[in-house]
Write a protein that binds this ligand. Sequence first.
Ligand SMILES: [Zn+2]
Length: 76
Amino acid sequence: MKTMTCRQLGGPCDATLSGTTADEIIKAQDRHLRETVRGGGSDHLPAHEEMKGRWRHPIKAMGWYRDTKKAFAALP
Ligand SMILES: [Zn+2]
């Protein structure tokens, strides 16, 4: 189990997200963004829109995805 922060994943806060794979962390961040925005956290809106865009344009998002996987792999 590894931990990354919302900020490391392109978000604006220091909430921690954990998962055993990079994909799990990305999904946790997706959920965190959605729930925070729904709860009125407009500061998370830009990151949420970016995340939604990544699902829609997976090819364009490959660079971000690869960087996130690399950052995840580099964690202790
Ligand atoms: Zn956050």
